[in-house]
Every structure is written in structure tokens, then in C-alpha cells.
Design a protein around this ligand. Structure first.
Ligand code: BGP
Length: 485
């Protein structure tokens, strides 16, 4: 039997894309509340107010003028404000997850729901919401897997401290993490500190105003120290806790066997491996220190930072896998879409409508690469196909394209366990219930096995219906991965 008996079959979401209820239950604002929807060809925009009182709309990858603060323009549609309203549908949703055969569920807890300004005072009503969610999961034997920070920062910390650029965030984050570890002790055993720590670069994700490499990498250092401290505290509070890191992983193949292309692929892999090296091996690798030096990036550290990083290494690697990419020494080599950034095109692969290259073998390759380099357990915490779905007259959704995608990726995962001996703890496909896209803010880029009646113009009644893929996944989950065809 390739899949171990306690394999974690689940699904994955994030508060800012799924939860909604953005002003309910005493929640404070988060950076993710001030970002409008876009689409494949039009980037999402932030709405901010400058010191002079001017309202600006800035593309996601832009820096904000100094002193600008997040601003919500009254009366316009922001996708995250209601998202797909998990806030009011959690009982119905978790019952559906159980029906699908899920024995685990990955979600994030919104920092500004639990601590509205991100600093000190806990909002009991916010915590009570997550109590209800966790207890509802446990009622069905669903193991909660919690991401502590998933692409949002309390707005107060972004506005007043420049987000993760400030060292102060380390202690505020640690306080937030401690509140969660203490409160959910014995009920939540699986945690991840930062979602896709290697692609954090924007105001929404880090709360930073200036997105230059100097500031971004200083912020990254602060997230490393914060994560290490959280791992150490989390283990102290409950030695049963399994605390992981989370990386956006996509193997980068050399476009050709030309040695220069191979070297490029090694360099591009380091953009992921650096973050894993720090959090799993516990030190800054030479290639990154040299890169900082070449680019004039200077990281300010306190004396015991490196010691903390060495001690606070993670228990497992959680990773998202959607695609592979190629690297070429030729700057004109063809590009296609990708997760938050363009990737090199591979002539052997098809791509989704958003240009993400579909590569099931790439998942097996990723599992081998990481397991053989780091020798610690892995968990796939995101994977899936963003596609346009059509609801038929009778309410059904025939998403055979998604079923094919899932089947091929689960087979690859099975091979990695059975043939390659990879230690894999679980599989949490992304957006197993439709939610707002992080990259584009769209609703129509759907990943779910459960369709949610919500559209890009802000209409829809939030009703849920099962797609064909729901029944497919149910078969897979209930047979512990035995039945795939
Ligand atoms: C990852 C994020 C998720 C999720 C997913 C799919 O980067 O961790 O939050 O959104 O990718 O991306 P998208 O929503 O852009 O299709």
C-alpha cells in the first residue's frame, strides 16, 4: 500500500481568499483588504492614501510612496471582503469536506482577526471563530493544519511600522503565534509559519512600502528569525506540535543540455532553495551571501539571530506545486505565465489558461529533489488546476479536465512514495472549494471540487454545489489512494 494509513488527505485555503467577514467579529483591517480584483491581463491594484491625502491605485508589484497608508474606497468591490463567505458557511463547508472524505484541512488564521492591530490585545470574538472552526473539524475527525501567516499583515503594522521591514514585527508575530499555540494546544498539531516564504515581496504580503531587494531581503531575514522563534516556542508549549515551513516550489529544468543553461537552472533553483536551506539546514548558504555582496544588499542582524536560525529549524517542508519552469542563458527565450511571476516555457508541456505549465512528473521530481536534499518529511499543501467552469442547466459541473489533472498528479505522488521512497505526510490540494485567486483576484479562476456561486462582479448567493471532481476525489480519499481510475 503506497499511502500510509494515516496519510493526510485534505484541501487548502487561506483566510484572505476564503473567509470574508472582513469587518465582523471585531476583526481589524489587513493589507489584503485594500487590494482590488484584476484578471489574467490586468494586475490587481492596491488602493492607498498618500500623506497629502491623494488616493492612488498601484499595481501589486509597485512600491508605495513613503508614508502612504492602505485605504479602502467606499462602495467598490474588493474580492476579499466577503470572499466566498466561509465566515458564515463554515459548518456547511466542513460537513462537505467530511463527505468528500477529507481527514485534514489546511487553512490560515487571520492575524488581524485574532489581534486587530497585530500588536498585543487579543480579540476574543476572533479567537472564538477559529475555536468553532477547529471544533467543527474535530467533530468529523478532520485534522486542522494551520498556516499562521498567509499573504496578509495587519494594516496597522503596515501603516505604522513599514511591516516586516521592521524588526518589531518579529515579536508581534511571536506573540500571535504563542496565542495560537497556547489556545489550540492539544487540538491543532500541524502548523506552518509563513505561506510561500520565498515569494513574499509585496506590500500585501509583507506590509513593506519599498519593494527593492534591500528591503525585501531585510524583511525576509526578519521572517526567518520570527519563524525560528515560533518553532522553538511552539515545541516548548506542546512537544507534539509539528511545525513546518512553506515554500512555492517549481523545478527549473535547463531548457537545453547546453552547460550555460544548466548553470542558469541551478541559479534559479536557489531562489527557492535559499529559503529551504535557511529554515531546514539552519544557516545562510554561501551562494546567497555572495549574491548579497555582489548586489550591495546588506542585512542587519542582531548577535544571536544566526544562533536562533540554527536552533529553530522546522519539522517538515510544506510546499505548493503547480508547475515546472525552464531556464536558459538566452535572455530572449520564450516565457509563459507563472505563480506571481513569469516562467520559462517548456516545449513539451501544455499550460492552463493562465499559462501555468502542467507537469505531473514535475511533482515527482520535486518530491525527489527535496527529500534527497533535506531528508525531512514533506507535505504537499497546494496543488491544483485553475480553470473556467460552466454550471449546466441542471446545476452540474463537468470538470473532467480537473479530474485528469488530479489523477495524474496523485499518480506521480504515489510513484514518489512507492518507487523513490519519499516520506510524504499528506496532500492538500489548493482551493478544494472555489475561492478568490491570489494572483489575479478573480473568482472565475476556479480550483474547487465544490463550486461556489460567486462571480467577479460581486454577485452570487454563495450557494455550494458539488462538481464531478468532488465525486472523483471522494473515491480517491475514501480508498486511501487505491482507486485512481
Ligand atoms: C499560491 C498561494 C495561494 C493560491 C495559489 C494559486 O501562490 O499560496 O494563496 O492563491 O498560489 O494561485 P492563484 O490564486 O494566483 O491562482
Amino acid at each position: 500500500m503506497p499511502f500510509p494509513k494515516n496519510f493526510l488527505w485534505g484541501g487548502a485555503t487561506a483566510a484572505n481568499q476564503y473567509e470574508g467577514g472582513y469587518l465582523e467579529g471585531g476583526r481589524g483591517l489587513a493589507t489584503s483588504d485594500a487590494i482590488k480584483g484584476g484578471d489574467k491581463d490586468h494586475p490587481r491594484k492596491y488602493t492607498v492614501k498618500t500623506k497629502e491625502g491623494e488616493i492612488l491605485e498601484l499595481p501589486r508589484e509597485a512600491s508605495l510612496p513613503e508614508g502612504a497608508v492602505g485605504y479602502i474606497i467606499p462602495g467598490i468591490y474588493y474580492p476579499s471582503h466577503q470572499a466566498v463567505d466561509f465566515y458564515h458557511h463554515y459548518k456547511e463547508d466542513i460537513a462537505l469536506f467530511a463527505e468528500m472524505g477529507m481527514n485534514s484541512f489546511r487553512f490560515s488564521m487571520s492575524w488581524s482577526r485574532v489581534i486587530p492591530d497585530g500588536m498585543e490585545k487579543v480579540n476574543e470574538e476572533g479567537l472564538a471563530f477559529y475555536d468553532a472552526v477547529v471544533d467543527e473539524c474535530l467533530k468529523y475527525g478532520i485534522e486542522p493544519i494551520v498556516t499562521i501567516a498567509h499573504f496578509d499583515v495587519p494594516m496597522y503594522l503596515a501603516d505604522n511600522f513599514d511591516g516586516w521591514h521592521s524588526r518589531k514585527l518579529i515579536d508581534y508575530f511571536l506573540h500571535f503565534a504563542e496565542v495560537l499555540f497556547e489556545h489550540f494546544k492539544g487540538r491543532v498539531h500541524y502548523w506552518m509559519t509563513f505561506n510561500e516564504i520565498n515569494i513574499l515581496r509585496s506590500w500585501m504580503q509583507l506590509g513593506i512600502h519599498d519593494v527593492s531587494p534591500q528591503v525585501r531581503y531585510q524583511a525576509a531575514h526578519h521572517t526567518f528569525v520570527a519563524s525560528a522563534k515560533a518553532v522553538l516556542r511552539g515545541h516548548e508549549i506542546d512537544p507534539e506540535n509539528k511545525i513546518g515551513m512553506m515554500v512555492a516550489y517549481a523545478p527549473v529544468y535547463p531548457l537545453t543540455c547546453r552547460p550555460d543553461d544548466v548553470m542558469k537552472s541551478i541559479e534559479q533553483m536557489r531562489l527557492k532553495e535559499f529559503f529551504i536551506d535557511v529554515q531546514v539546514k539552519g544557516y545562510y548558504p554561501n551562494y546567497q551571501l555572495n549574491r548579497y555582496e555582489r548586489n550591495g544588499v546588506k542585512i542587519e542582524m542582531e548577535d544571536n539571530d544566526l544562533d536562533l536560525i540554527a536552533k529553530g529549524t522546522v519539522d517538515y517542508i510544506g510546499f505548493s506545486y503547480y508547475m515546472s519552469s525552464t531556464a536558459s542563458a538566452d535572455p530572449n527565450a520564450e516565457k509563459t505565465g507563472g505563480n506571481q511571476m513569469a516562467s520559462g516555457k517548456n516545449p513539451y508541456l501544455e499550460a492552463s489558461r493562465w499559462g501555468w505549465q502542467i507537469d505531473p512528473m514535475g511533482l515527482r521530481i520535486s518530491l525527489c529533489q527535496m527529500y534527497e536534499r533535506y531528508h525531512i518529511p514533506l507535505m504537499i499543501v497546494e496543488n491544483g488546476l485553475g480553470a473556467l467552469d460552466t454550471v449546466e442547466e441542471d446545476g452540474s459541473v463537468h470538470d473532467s479536465y480537473r479530474i485528469n489533472y488530479m489523477r495524474d498528479h496523485i499518480k506521480a505522488m504515489k510513484d514518489a512514495i512507492e518507487l523513490d521512497g519519499v516520506e510524504l505526510w499528506g496532500y492538500q490540494p489548493w482551493g478544494h472549494i472555489d475561492l478568490v485567486s491570489a494572483g489575479t483576484g478573480e473568482m472565475r479562476k476556479r480550483y474547487g471540487f465544490i463550486f461556489v456561486d460567486r462571480y467577479d462582479d460581486g454577485t452570487g448567493d454563495f450557494s455550494r454545489r458539488k462538481k464531478d471532481s468532488f465525486y472523483y476525489m471522494q473515491k480517491v480519499y475514501k480508498s486511501n489512494g487505491e482507486v485512481l481510475d
